[in-house]
Design a protein around this ligand. Sequence first.
Ligand code: BEZ
Length: 220
Amino acid sequence: MPGLTIGDTLPDLVVETTHGKIKLHDYVDNAFTIIFSHPGDFTPVCTTELGMMAAYADKFAERGVKLLGLSADDVESHNEWIKDIEACNKGSKVTYPIAADPDRRIIKQLNMVDPDEKDSSGQQLPSRGLHIVGPDKKIKLSFLYPASTGRNMDEVVRVLDSLQRASKHKIATPANWKPGDKVVISPSVSSDEAKQMFPQGYDAVELPSNKDYLRFTNVD
Ligand code: BEZ
């Protein structure tokens, strides 16, 4: 059976965190939420990633997005490690909760296990997993990176901007899109519907097929 993936509902688990017990659906409430796992506390790449998440916290807050970190270590370890994260990331405070998963219950249910990484006692470790959960509690996007590759938080912000626009309009964002660039009208929208839905107008690219599917427009 494949693990949790795009379109699935986030399991409503109760998790122990540095901010106390959290029930995942209550935490998401009505907000886009990023749940991101890392292989372990007191490891170099993870320290840079959680520090960068702290440094980007304002960007996520501006977008109404909540954050939840996760690793297999316990809450006591997380609280000690936060001091290191803050010390080596120019004073950015870790204001988001970090969940603990000593028995690996959460990483299995959230499909965040790294099959290649084990701790010194042979227990499974989390990958660098990241789910963006929508206000409807469904998984909208997932990343799965190995322990050796730290994530790019600019890319996390970029995909959030894409997801949030696509949740408001019948559009999609093309390759290498960034905010301010034109978006494309979804293929499910007919030309007549497009005229109604996008009164600001759109440009249809002339193609050898004569098919009218590559239509660029602007949305906020
Ligand atoms: C790191 O965060 O640097 C790391 C963690 C586990 C395995 C390899 C690297």
